[in-house]
Design a protein around this ligand. Structure first.
Ligand SMILES: [Zn+2]
Length: 265
């Protein structure tokens, strides 16, 4: 496996809005953890009639207060997906603002236009995941493309075939200049970064196929073979990821599950 060049950053101050693109400020919630990095990114997007808040973040009164203080009049709320670290603050924020909410789980259609923004359905990490693309090529990518880590794809909610199709969908777009992820710093070279993510997944898939060609195996055995060295704390995540790949290979007609033991067809 070619090592993946992920992006790191010094811990940004929590709940302080700072500019990351023309008309867009980033506000990092105080929910740092191994899965959320320094915290969930809430984005404040300037508009003609008010501010759009993209991903309110976790259920945290201080974070909601910081959003309200920094945003001014909030007219719209965009949700990339329904995980608690992104929508926990939604009830408090809608109660305080009455803003209109745009999310796949609330009927936002793929390709729908909201002013100069377009909704791009990108399931894989989460079934209801949406990226929001601005006309100038700034795309808020949520947890579909993150900068600090690869996305977690855990079946049954997570779907590797959908996830990989979603990466290809972003790569098929032309003119994207900046990705703003749900966690971590902005991605200033989005095409190259996304190509590397796709290559990483395809290499993992090829390694699984090669291992199964040598011998049928259970997912735990594949993890032992493919993740060297393996941090014991990541064993569960690695096994979920391998299982997600195996399910994709089954859907592709390449592999089959024989009572828990996987083999090539
Ligand atoms: Zn998240």
């Amino acid at each position: 496996m070619t090592p993946l060049a992920l992006l790191t950053e010094a811990p940004p101050p929590h709940d302080v809005a700072f500019s990351v693109a023309p008309g867009i400020r980033r506000l990092v919630a105080p929910n740092a953890s191994p899965l959320t990095y320094h915290g969930t990114n809430t984005y404040l997007i300037e508009g003609a009639t008010g501010t759009t808040v993209l991903d309110p973040g976790p259920d945290d009164a201080g974070h909601v207060a910081a959003i309200l203080a920094a945003a001014g009049k909030v007219t719209r709320i965009f949700l990339t997906h329904g995980h608690p670290d992104h929508i926990g603050a939604l009830p408090a924020l809608t109660a305080a603002t009455g803003a209109e909410v745009f999310a796949a789980a609330r009927g936002l259609a793929d390709g729908a236009r909201i002013g100069i923004w377009t909704a791009l359905h990108t399931p894989g990490h989460a079934a209801d995941h949406v990226c929001f693309a601005r006309e100038d090529g700034v795309v808020c990518t949520g947890d579909h493309v993150m900068s600090f880590a690869t996305s977690v794809v855990i079946p049954p909610e997570g779907d590797m075939a959908d996830y990989i199709a979603g990466l290809r969908r972003l790569l098929a777009r032309r003119g994207d200049i900046l990705f703003l992820p749900g966690h971590g710093p902005p991605i200033t070279d989005p095409r190259r970064f996304t190509e590397a993510l796709l290559r990483h997944r395809l290499q993992r898939e090829a390694a699984i196929v090669a291992a199964l060609r040598a011998a049928p195996a259970v997912p735990a055995t594949l993890v032992e073979q493919l993740y060297v060295p393996l941090d014991p704390r990541l064993r569960g995540a690695a096994e979920a990821s391998v299982t997600a790949h195996l399910r994709k290979l089954a859907a592709d007609g390449v592999a089959t599950d024989d009572g828990g033991v996987w083999r090539l067809r």
